[in-house]
Design a protein around this ligand. Structure first.
Ligand code: PMP
Length: 358
């Protein structure tokens, strides 16, 4: 019998997925929006020009696998082009990773608190996410993550530096960790904030790739490159893993405009490097000032700072909003403040200073 008032059954695991929480208030011209770790800078004129030029061919599909961009990336990174995969932001790449490597009955080990899309994307693949809590200073618990790997584990995720705490383990700790993971377990290294990591603190993930076939490095044009609105990121891995990622790619999932903007950004390296330097300088200024006012702020290696205020996170977020600043609140954990222009940061600093002086 056909039941006419029934409706399609939503998979239990889909109904159980956490929702991706964007900022609670819509950004408006009056508010200082520091909640999404975006670049505060407008696109470079050369990047805009490339997008406008690309718009002349919007009636055509884009290059399916971003061949031109992959060529440039491969050359820069010193790897063969077939080891580079371009996707719909690094979130899109992560979705491809789990679609290709995890399913029901499998588990994926990831740090928590970390990028909130991890449990969503793992859960959507059907696999079980195994969250390993951060250490007391907001650092990845690499020993705990190692201990969480069992026979069902298909992948383990590292977020370097970790969003939202900004911490990064040392190069040797990461090398040791990767060497200890069994070869059949994929090690996903999410380097969304790589460009903001100081020269002495990098983990050299690409070098790990030369030694370990099970590593997949994920990067994005959303943060340092300022292309968050265009949705483009990439992965570097063995050609075998890269091929699997391409098989599950949404057909034509990266627009021609995004590909053109990414190519133009790679051509504008010195201008973008100067912008990254400016953000890093501001990050240090803001961190020092906040600590000076008694805020617990761990050393950050990204384009945001972390206020480790688990008990008062919501109240701090609320008070910032009352003073015109939108930060990202993680109830029970803390508040993450993206680094913006000096003016935006001054606004946030004034608000946080006032809160301490009340
Ligand atoms: N990884 C991390 C650690 C992130 O913080 C983010 C964005 N917040 C992403 C991946 C996804 O970025 P995108 O999809 O824009 O590349």
């Amino acid at each position: 019998m056909i039941a006419f008032n029934s409706s399609p059954r939503i998979l239990e695991r889909v109904a159980a997925l956490p929702r991706y929480a964007t900022a609670t208030a819509a950004p408006s011209a009056e508010m200082v929006y520091l909640a999404s770790n975006e670049s505060p800078f407008e696109p470079l004129p050369s990047v805009r020009q490339a997008v406008i030029a690309g718009s002349a061919r919007l009636n055509r599909y884009p290059e399916m696998h971003s061949g031109a961009l992959r060529g440039v990336l491969a050359e820069r990174l010193g790897v063969a082009p077939d080891r580079v995969v371009v996707g719909t932001g690094s979130a899109g790449i992560l979705q491809q990773v789990f679609a290709a490597f995890a399913q029901e009955g499998d588990s994926v080990v990831y740090p928590w608190r970390s990028f909130e899309a991890y449990p969503i994307l793992i859960g959507a693949s059907g696999a079980t996410g195994v969250a390993v809590p951060l250490g007391a200073r907001g650092e990845l618990d690499l020993a705990g993550m190692r201990a969480a790997i069992d026979t069902s584990t298909k992948a383990v995720l590292l977020c370097l530096p970790n969003n939202p705490t900004g911490t990064i383990p040392s190069r040797s700790e990461v090398a040791e960790f990767v060497a200890a993971v069994p070869g059949h377990v994929l090690v996903v290294i999410d380097e969304a904030y790589l460009e903001f990591v100081g020269p002495g603190s990098g983990v050299d993930a690409l070098r790990l790739l030369t030694r370990h076939d099970n590593v997949c490095v994920v990067r994005t044009f959303s943060k340092a490159y300022g292309l968050a609105g265009l949705r483009i990121g990439y992965a570097v891995s063995s050609s075998r893993i890269a091929d699997a990622l391409r098989r599950v790619f949404l057909p034509f999932g990266v627009t021609a405009l995004a590909q053109a903007a990414a190519c133009a950004s790679l051509d504008a390296r010195s201008e973008l490097d100067a912008r990254v330097d400016a953000i890093v300088r501001e990050r240090e200024r803001v961190s020092l000032a906040l600590r000076g006012h008694g805020w617990p702020v761990p050393e950050s290696h990204a384009n945001f700072v972390w206020l480790a205020v688990p008990e008062t996170a919501e109240a701090v977020g609320e008070a910032l909003r009352d003073r015109g600043v939108i930060a990202r609140v993680f109830p029970g954990d803390g508040v993450r403040l993206t680094i913006g222009t000096p003016e935006m940061n001054d606004h946030a600093l004034a608000a946080l200073t006032e809160m301490r002086e009340r």
